[in-house]
Design a protein around this ligand. Sequence first.
Ligand code: ADP
Length: 793
Amino acid sequence: MPEKFESDFLPVMTVRELVVFPGSITPLFVMRTKSHEALEDALARDKRIFLVCQKSPDVEDPKREDLYDVGTVGEVLQVLRVPDGTAKVLVEGGYAGRIIELSDVGNHLQALIVHNQVNVYDAQPVNALMRATSKLFEAFAELSGKVPVDLFNSIRNLKEPLAYLYAVSNYATLKIEDKQEILESNSLEEKFLLLNKALEAENQILELETKIQGQVKTQISRSQREFYLNEQLKAIERELGISGEEDPELNELAMAIEMSGMSADAREKAEKELGRLARMAPMSPEAAITRTYIEWLTEVPWNNATEDKIDLERARAILDEDHYGLVKVKERIIEYLAVAKLVGKMRGPILCFVGPPGVGKTSLGKSIARCMDREFVRISLGGVRDEAEVRGHRRTYVGALPGKIIQSMKRAGTVNPVFLLDEIDKMSSDFRGDPASAMLEVLDPEQNCEFNDHYLEVDFDLSQVMFLTTANSMEGIPHPLLDRMETIRLPGYTEDEKRHIANRHLIPRQRSEHGLKAAQFRMSKGTLTHLITGYTREAGVRNLERTIATLCRKVATDVIEHPRKKTGTLTKEKLREYLGPVNFHDTQLERKPDIGIANGLAWTNAGGEMLQVETTIMKGKGNLTLTGMLGEVMQESAKTALSYIRSRAVELEIDPDFYAGVDIHIHVPEGAIPKDGPSAGITIALSLTSAVARFPVRQDIAMTGEMTLRGRVLKIGGLKEKALAAHRHRIRTIIIPRDNLDDIEEIAEEVRNQLTFIPVESLDEVLDLALVRPRRVAKKQVKGRRTHAQLGN
Ligand code: ADP
């Protein structure tokens, strides 16, 4: 707009909280009557109007003193009248003007205005100031985000300093006082300085704001989002009529907590978690975790107990019904029950059944539960190496669950089940913690009323549980655990016992499980013995039961395919047809004496076993080779035996230099099974002597005994199991250390009666018994050699 006059009378429109700058196009809402009149006046003339800001926005009818001195002369570009009497006006700022005189002309204000000019200025400082402004404005645009890119670019393109200054002043959000000062100043440098100062202050505030906002935003955005989604979900549910404010699932959980009878601690915990759950988004993973946790708390049995019915008469009947034999074991169980009945509590040591697989350890546990009318649960500790398997993972783990103990308690559904811990000797420990120490807490009556599962977090009372344990051997049981247990040995069964077990228990059970009638599956005593000795060779009856199951399947198939065939009696030929050729031959008795081979008796996790020790001698340089996965102790036994024979070569009628030109190889077959222990000592020595002296060894004798370097025979363990093994192999004579004589008592009568036990104290006795050598000649030779030796002196 051209500056038409140096001074002029113009209609005045007062504006609130707004400084209209020259060069800007500004929309104004006209509401007050005086402003309307001024507008009308302007429109009636040349559309020019003086726009000036009130010092205070609250004044309705401002006088001279209420107005700033400087305003802007503008031109009305457009008027838009609204029916409610207001008008929207678009004005373009022309130039800054200063009021000289103001007068009220009837219904609006009018003023004499002079141009508020800018003094002459130096281009250089102005340019520098302008550049600073440019930077500050750019920062402002970025920080505030309120300057559209197009607008920003067009402002940047303004080359004329004053126009640029006004444009920036217009668009930057500055205080009214600052804007007014900029408009009023007559010095361009000062105007820029004022603008820059205001911009800088503004930028600082903006920066601070952004920083604070950023912090707050990260803090609340997640919970805001969840809250928002939650509210939406609730709204959707309400629309669908799925739920009112009450969540049926929460009610159910609350009810379950109420009904569970949980401890005060657990209850407090459960209710707290329930409260948290109510505030969570129902579909969130966290809610799922919390829900599962509460469910666990409500589902473990807190006070649901079965009533013990201990009637010794009935208990005896049940034990006899479920198991054949095992007289001593059953008696011990009856004693245990009697004490439990008197004391009214499960105190006293924990019973541990020790024995090879398949001797009925687990099924005894089940029978005990039946005797007492308790629930039965069983866990296997074999291979458990992580404490968390026993005690659970903390809830912070993904997919955490309670440990085996609590899981089984839930399965039992009562606080007082019979709880069988199988294979307690097979636990191991590593960096993940020691499961044995957790087990100690489980089994210790002083501690187990407050068993702490990591997942459950609250204490659980295990004191009413009757714990039983099983193990294959006592060696693997950690000592502190062993201290708390009373071990009951189940050495295995004789052939006769196995037959009875098969007839009374295994065959009837398998028959009924396979839907066969008694007439469809029968076996004579002879056939059954053949099945036991020819197809299975074990201490227990597990394979026997499995083989009977196999036969039942074959017979069942036959019955379906050939319904007319009548005979249900199994013969040896039938066994061969169904099971193939026998696995084990009874050849031991018939075998002739043999050089370098001796029958040893060993004791393994699978019960007693007979192992043959073989020795061969070949040309060589005096090397001793041992094969067959022999442990260190067994290797030492072999070296001891060799040293003994060398030291006694003369007495043993062996060439004292036999060792020089030969290599000796000792092997114990079934090389894939690791073997160790000292009790093979005399067997190795016998085999070695036989090989060196070329005298054969009797094959109808088996033996066990540790040997010293001087040829004394020492006591061994597991005689019961070893005797059974020898018996199984049809051996009838066994050589045992004299110190083991007392153990013969414990061997099953049937076996004891059929075996001849020969106690020995020295290896010489062993050699005399087992080597086949022409005695008379031998003695003479020995004498002769001695004389020879003496002559040599
Ligand atoms: P373990 O736990 O000692 O390895 P189990 O208890 O699993 O052995 O026994 C294997 C099978 O043999 C079971 O079916 C069990 O009922 C049966 N059994 C073992 N001993 C006897 C016995 N004395 N009388 C009857 N059945 C037995």
